[in-house]
Design a protein around this ligand. Structure first.
Ligand SMILES: *[C@@H]1O[C@H](CO)[C@@H](O)[C@H](O)[C@H]1NC(C)=O
Ligand SMILES: *[C@@H]1O[C@H](CO)[C@@H](O)[C@H](O)[C@H]1NC(C)=O
Length: 206
């Protein structure tokens, strides 16, 4: 399910900019009605300052991932370097309760068409460093000129990748973003192009 209202994306992007740490942040303070009721002026009802204290979105964890060609491996788990000089900045923010992941991806130095058997060629896969593993989330491919391709938005489960696992079931089925928060090192993000099918850039989330 794609949430594509431009205003939502813009607000989410603003929230992403503020969300700096790359580690899961379970102590992330939740907004609550109590915050809203707090009357800082002491003047009672009619004070609308409370809106300033509300958070727009809640994220349980954020990840800032710098992906490189060196991390790419092929299906026999042998290093298979991606596009020389290419870089990917993959920024993610996760809301577990809503099974939602927001992304802001910038690819630089990636040229030529994307290529993948999945629904898109930009993914979060489940596997540790140096290992191959199934895509769990297919993200929209960053668009734009070869020098700088970007994409930003949010996706909520249920997820679908277009790839069937050994059991014949889509590898996104049943996946929940909670699994990433619980073990970010067990996931990596990458993008695949026709010239670099195993991956143009790749990096672990944790
Ligand atoms: C995405 O992040 C880049 C910096 O990496 C920032 O310049 C850009 O404004 C962000 N895009 C959105 C839609 O927030
Ligand atoms: C993976 O890369 C190695 C080393 O380049 C190569 O020998 C092997 O054939 C590749 N395997 C696949 C499935 O591409």
């Amino acid at each position: 399910m794609h949430i594509s209202a431009p205003a939502f994306v813009a607000l989410m992007a603003a929230a992403l900019t503020l969300a700096a740490p790359t580690e899961p942040n379970p102590s992330h303070r939740k907004t609550s009605l109590e915050d809203g009721k707090k009357d800082l002026s002491g003047k009672g009802k009619g004070n609308s300052n409370w809106k300033k204290h509300e958070k727009i979105f809640h994220f349980d964890a954020t990840y800032i991932v710098k992906a490189t060609p060196e991390q790419v491996i092929n299906t026999t788990q042998t290093p298979a370097p991606g596009q020389p000089g290419a870089k990917g900045l993959f920024k993610y923010a996760i809301n577990v309760a809503e099974n939602t992941i927001c992304y802001n991806i910038t690819l630089s130095g990636i040229t030529g068409p994307y290529q993948s058997a999945a629904l898109t060629a930009t993914h979060i896969h489940e596997a540790p460093e140096g290992r191959a593993g199934p895509p769990r989330i297919a993200l929209p491919n960053p668009a734009g000129p070869d020098g700088r391709r970007v994409s930003a938005g949010c996706i909520a489960g249920p997820f679908e990748t277009g790839i069937d696992g050994a059991d014949g079931v889509d590898t996104g089925v049943g996946f929940h973003v909670r699994q990433i928060v619980e073990n970010p090192g067990g996931f990596f993000t990458d993008t695949h192009t026709r010239a670099y099918v195993p991956g143009a850039v790749r990096e672990q989330l944790g």
